[in-house]
Write a protein that binds this ligand. Structure first.
Ligand code: NDP
Length: 256
């Protein structure tokens, strides 16, 4: 008898990863495919997704989708079901961080963060839910997974990122509520809250604000996208009877 816990295999399972065109989503898709899952790559930049799907081979499908658009999300899952007939894992990773002082922020940037970071998670979860519940009843794992990517900002608000934080706090509340609802149906829900990670996320910030932040940002310790993705793949490969509810992951030198 071994004292080690054997990770679940992902062979024969289907994972949908939103925001798979860069950063944490792309890294997660690569790792899930390496672990045997068929991976559906979802985001708006279809050129990036198509390139990644080519690299991953038969195990991947690229689908252009704006997660804020419920009809587009419905069409995404229609395509997944017609291609593969099941959804075992949903990684709600797509997100935008348009930060800056409230008095300078255009209202449409706030709306975009709410639409993508909150409505995107709700749209995908709502539409995937019946498929996840069904997958959890069957082999190979007898369990299904929703992983919601929040942030350290989903635990602590700061000046300059009040609305981004508000969206991530919402993801945290939704995750814990839905986790309790779905526990008896063997759909696990994991909230992943990364600290600073080296991705394209900050590149969408208003250039005037970005310039002011540049000196501080250059000093920040950062994790790689793969280091964060590793926490996502850890959660979805736990044994059927184990659910990781929350992972707060920071670079070692990040204090807050
Ligand atoms: P990236 O900017 O590299 O990735 C963001 C992804 O979200 C892209 O693939 C983008 O694809 C996708 N996306 C944005 N808007 C939409 C939309 N409307 N519909 C579909 N996809 C969309 O940044 P990260 O990898 O860092 O971000 C991933 C997640 O991690 C986000 O939720 C972010 O809030 C969170 N996070 C990141 C941290 C960091 O320091 N980097 C720290 C804490 C949390 P496309 O543009 O092709 O649509």
């Amino acid at each position: 008898m071994t004292s080690h816990v054997k990770p679940l295999t992902l062979t024969g399972t289907v994972a949908v990863v939103t925001g798979a065109s860069s950063g944490i989503g792309e890294a997660t898709a690569r790792q899930l495919a390496e672990l045997g899952a068929t991976v559906v790559l979802a985001a708006r930049r279809i050129d990036r997704l198509t390139q990644l799907a080519k690299e991953l081979g038969k195990q991947a499908l690229a689908v252009e989708v704006d997660v804020a658009d419920a009809n587009a999300v419905k069409s995404l899952f229609d395509q997944v079901m017609s291609a593969y007939g099941r959804v075992d894992t949903l990684v709600n990773n797509a997100g935008v961080m348009l930060i800056g002082p409230a008095h300078m922020a255009p209202l449409d940037e706030w709306k975009q963060m709410v639409d993508v970071n909150v409505m995107g998670v709700l749209n995908c979860t709502k539409i995937a839910l019946p498929y996840l519940v069904e997958a959890a009843k069957s082999a190979p794992r007898n369990v299904a997974d929703i992983v919601n990517v929040s942030s350290v900002a989903g635990r602590k608000a700061q000046p300059g990122s009040a609305v981004y934080s508000a969206t991530k706090f919402a993801v945290g509340a939704f995750s814990d509520g839905i986790r309790q609802e779905l526990a008896s149906q063997h759909v696990r829900v994991t909230l992943v809250e990364p600290g600073f990670t080296d991705t394209e996320l900050a590149s969408h910030i208003n250039p005037v604000i970005l310039e002011k932040m540049q000196a501080a940002m250059a000093q920040m310790p950062r994790m790689t996208a793969h280091e964060v993705a590793d926490s996502i793949t850890f959660a979805v490969t736990r044994p059927t009877g184990v659910s990781i509810s929350e992972i707060l992951i920071r670079p070692t030198e990040q204090e807050r």
